[in-house]
Design a protein around this ligand. Structure first.
Ligand code: ADP
Ligand code: MG
Length: 950
């Protein structure tokens, strides 16, 4: 580095041509033929023949931007770039924040995509050519750690030659341009750390002193290893060894390479003898001083390629745990370089080159006597704004060095003026273009705004129309609901009348005969059932009330929606979506409430039909009661006679007399079996007393164990007691809990006795009134056992019990499939054979139970397909016999048939069995309105049936 400004200006003419040291012909393996010379390329940053760059002392500064890497995205997010490159203007814009940015001009601006070759050719190649021409030269890389100094300068590119850095490419050019015979190329590779020079080619050499020739000012390192190069591979090996030593040394010293400077010194000694004839390259042009000489001459020159320590150390090393002294040393060389550059830039009379080892080493290679290129490397991340900024300022100051040469200033001013003018022109036209684009955009936007306004008005109109319609619809629904409530109230009123009538009937029954215990109990049950319906009606009313309140809340929702809509009128697009959703929701709610009202109607119809059935049964019951009263009178007379003979023997009589169970009331909801006796009142009460006595004294478990007795009489008595107990709800659970069900089923299976079969079937029928018992009976194979008994006997009483039990099981939809599989349906229908009206009444009740539950589960979507009843022949029987039996049985058959007709999967069977005629008949002449409606519904809802009916 020149020691002052004047020496810099005059150095070229002062250039000494050292003599002596002709190529010593050491073991050079390079080709001995004269290699072809490479000419300077037009892309060079500064070619020696470039008229624009006539100042050879000018420090050329290029900036290179590293591509983004992982360090720039620490959390894969928030990356902002603070750098914007304008390579066409050789400018770099540094953004401090969104409002302020600075623009800097450099000799060359390399984007993150610039190739190593382009960087070499623009930055280093002119220096290399100048060195080949006999000048000293320096290429330095300056920048923050991690920005690509080593990548730019020191990369070996062993696998991919296009990756090679400046060092390798420079030596490639130098070796190609020199002769292995007459020229010598030698290298030293050094590291400067903490103001100590270490030899990277001979790591044992440390703290190598710097020598300076006081006359020539030439700087040398006498202690450092100097290796003469044979070829490029030799150089690559040396560079690799140097890198390995650098790594080892840094590991030992516990430092990183980023804290040290790496310096490659290339010494070239060229013999000019015999070159002039062959060589017409830049050497001859640029060194006309020598070309005229015909005497053998030696050109000695030196190229330094420096990978500087990370520039961030200037500010930060003190804070990284170093002792103050150490930190000062780490910074010293770089700080000192900065100072020298400042002094050179300001044309200061004193350049403080002696302050550090680095500046002493660069003394004869940096400044006026040599060609120098500086490449500054920066990263894109805004995170390192201040580092990047200080690097750029360093480069800018280095560029100023040339501005101190006055003559150049003028030339530069003109070209600068031209370029700036061009820039202003292009910027002005760009500005105008942008302005025009903006104007066009504005017109476009205004047009769109108008369109939006128009469509918004249109939308507003349709919306108000729609909300009016919705309001109307809502009012209509409200009216409908009110009407339904009224209907229900009327129904309730009728029901009340009915219950009054029932109470009245009950009273008259009570009056008729107190001893008719069985009948009075059945009345109680009827009263309970009526109450239950009263409750159900109340529930329905409650549901209706809920419905009303729902509709009120719907209204509220509607109001809210209207409110929302008016609130969001500013954003047309979103509003449309919201309104669409609201409409959808409203129609869904409307549909839902309509379907709920419909299902309520259906439920109401069903309840009404059940009530009708009940009413009819009550009537037939009354008839029976009257008949029985008459019968009883005659029997009483008979009993009076018998009593005389058997007055003390009532218990015996009971055990011997015919024991039977009868259904005291029937309905779809279940059947209750109570002992019915043709014996006198006294006998009945005696029997009951006996049973309760047995129960109290013997205990249930003992009674149940008696079911397994060897003695048939004991078994019969025990099963009778159990059957009687099973008629009471409160006993049913205990009987099952204590294994009574198992014992009864075992008895049914094992016993051959008809009485046992009859009474056991009755007991099971009683237990089968309870939902959870039904499941247990099925699980334990009860249906199969009952079917077996049904097939074995023709005793009408037994068949009635079995049919009653199966009929109760038919009322549980979950058991249908098993019931069918276990032959329950077949057995039920099989019992028709005897033609006993009591048995057939149970069968009809069972089928109605089954069909009703099945139809419900199909309508709720739990089941699909043809009815399970059809296969076993129920349908044909129903079609043929709906008018054959008593009124109550006929209603049951009609009801069952109408339920089957609701399922469209049964339509084919109904048509083929001739059921259409029957369906039409029921729809017209059935005595019950609800059954007529059910038939009509089946016909109207199924086009296949309707077509067949026509
Ligand atoms: P420095 O020597 O300034 O500390 P390096 O040269 O070690 O930085 O570069 C840091 C990382 O960035 C390395 O992995 C290097 O390969 C990568 N890198 C630097 N510059 C470039 C570039 N121009 N293209 C691709 N990768 C680069
Ligand atoms: Mg590095």
């Amino acid at each position: 580095m020149a020691s002052n400004a004047s020496s810099r200006a005059s150095l070229r003419s002062e250039r000494q041509i050292p003599t002596g040291r002709v190529g010593n012909g050491s073991a050079s393996a390079r080709t001995k033929s004269v290699p072809p010379k490479r000419s300077a390329t037009a892309s060079s940053l500064r070619s020696p023949v470039d008229p624009d760059n006539a100042d050879p002392g000018r420090v050329r500064v290029a900036v290179r931007l590293r591509p983004r890497n992982a360090d720039d995205f620490p959390h894969d997010s928030d990356f902002t770039s603070c750098v914007e490159l304008q390579p066409e203007f050789k400018r770099l814009k540094l953004r401090k924040n969104n409002w302020s940015s600075e623009s800097y001009r450099f000799d060359e601006v390399f984007t993150e995509r610039s190739s190593q070759l382009r960087v070499y050719e623009a930055v280093a190649k002119p220096v290399v050519e100048s060195v080949l021409a006999g000048y000293n030269g320096t290429v330095m890389a300056y920048g923050q750690t991690g920005t690509g100094k080593t990548y730019t300068v020191g990369r070996l590119g062993k696998d991919d030659p296009s990756e090679r850095g400046i060092m390798v490419r420079a030596l490639e050019d130098i070796l190609a341009s020199t002769s292995a015979v007459s020229d010598i190329v030698e290298v030293s590779y050094l590291q400067l750390y903490l103001e100590s020079v270490q030899d990277l080619l001979a790591p044992e050499k440390n703290n190598i002193p710097i020598a300076e020739d006081p006359k020539t000012g030439e700087v040398s390192l006498p202690g450092a290893a100097v290796v003469e190069l044979r070829d490029l591979d030799h150089f690559l090996e040396l560079l690799q060894t140097g890198e390995a030593n650098r790594h080892a040394s840094n590991t030992k010293l516990n430092t990183e390479s980023s804290r040290s400077h790496a310096i490659l010194a290339v010494h070239i000694q060229r013999s000019l003898k015999g070159k002039e004839e062959k060589d017409s390259s830049s050497l001859a042009n640029s060194s006309d001083n020598f070309s005229s000489h015909r005497v053998p001459l030696l050109l000695k020159s030196k190229l330094l390629i420096v990978d500087l320590a990370g520039s961030e150390r200037i500010n930060k090393s003190g804070s990284e745990g170093h002792m103050l002294e150490e930190a000062k040393f780490i910074n010293l060389s770089l700080t000192s370089l900065g100072k020298c550059i400042n002094a050179l830039a300001e044309n200061s009379p004193h350049i403080p080159t002696r302050d550090s080892k680095l500046t002493r080493l660069l003394r004869d290679s940096f400044g006026g006597s040599a060609r120098t290129s500086l490449i500054i490397t920066i990263g894109p991340s805004a995170k390192y704004y201040s580092e990047t900024s200080s690097t750029i300022m360093f480069g800018q100051r280095a560029m100023k060095i040339v501005n101190t040469v006055k003559l150049k200033e003028e030339v530069d001013y003109e070209s600068l003026y031209r370029k700036v003018e061009n820039q202003v022109d292009s910027l002005t036209s760009e500005l105008e273009r942008q302005q025009k684009l903006r104007d066009a955009d504005k017109v476009q936007m205004q047009k769109k705004l108008k369109e939006y306004e128009a469509s918004f008005a249109e939308f507003e109109e349709t919306f108000s129309m729609k909300s009016e319609n919705l309001e109307k619809e809502n009012n209509r629904l409200e009216l409908e609901i009110r009407r339904l409530v009224e209907d229900l109230n009327n129904e309730k009123h009728q029901n009340d009348l009915m219950s009054k009538e029932i109470v009245h009937l009950k009273m008259s029954l009570n009056q008729s005969k107190e001893q008719q215990l069985e009948n009075s109990m059945s009345q109680n049950i009827l009263a309970d059932t009526t109450q239950m319906y009263g409750k159900k009606i109340e529930e329905l009313l409650k549901q209706l009330e809920d419905e009303q309140s729902r509709s009120a809340s719907l209204e509220e929702q509607l109001n809210e929606m209207c409110q929302q809509l008016s609130d969001t009128q500013n954003s047309l697009q979103t509003q449309e979506n919201v309104v669409d959703e609201l409409k959808k929701e409203l129609s869904e709610i409307h549909e839902e409430s309509t379907s709920q009202i419909q299902s309520l109607k259906v439920k109401y119809d069903e309840l009404f039909s059940e009530k009708e059935l009940l009413y009819e049964e009550l009537k037939s019951m009354e008839e029976k009661v009257l008949n029985e009263a008459r019968q009883r009178k005659s029997l009483e007379e008979e009993v009076l006679k018998l009593n005389r003979a058997l007055c003390d023997n009532s218990v015996e009589l009971e055990s011997k007399g015919p024991y039977s169970m009868t259904r005291s009331a029937s309905g779809l909801s279940g059947a209750v079996f109570m002992p019915r006796s043709v014996k006198s009142r006294e006998t009945i009460s005696g029997q009951k007393d006996t049973i309760s006595k047995i129960f109290e004294e013997v205990g249930l478990s003992n009674i149940l164990s008696m079911l397994k007795s060897e003695d048939l009489d004991v078994q019969i008595h025990a099963v009778k007691v159990v059957a009687n107990l099973a008629a009471e709800d409160i006993n049913q659970e205990r009987i099952v809990e204590e294994g009574g069900l198992d014992a009864l089923l075992l008895l049914l299976e094992a016993s051959e006795n008809t009485t046992i079969h009859r009474v056991t079937a009755g007991a099971i029928a009683n237990l089968a009134m309870n939902g959870s018992n039904q499941g247990l009976i099925m699980n334990k194979g009860g249906a199969r056992l009952l079917a077996n008994i049904a097939s074995k006997t023709n005793d009408p009483q037994t068949l009635r019990m079995v049919a009653g039990a199966i009929a109760n099981l038919c009322g549980n939809e979950k058991l249908h499939v098993t019931l069918k599989k276990d032959g329950g349906i077949k057995a039920l229908l099989g019992m028709i054979r005897g033609g006993h009206s009591d048995v057939i009444a149970q069968i009809a009740r069972g089928i109605a139970n089954f069909a009703k539950c099945e139809s419900r589960s199909i309508s709720q979507g739990f089941r699909k397909g043809r009815s399970l009843l059809i296969e076993d022949g129920a349908l044909n029987w129903m079609v043929a016999n709906s008018t054959t039996f008593s009124a109550s049985t006929s209603r049951h058959i009609e009801l069952a048939f109408c339920h089957l007709a609701q399922n469209e999967d049964n339509a084919g069977d109904i048509i083929s069995s001739g059921g259409i005629k029957e369906l039409v008949r029921i729809s017209q002449v059935s005595s019950r309105e609800d059954i007529r409606n059910l038939a009509k519904k089946a016909l109207n809802s199924n086009p296949v049936l309707l077509a067949a009916a026509r």
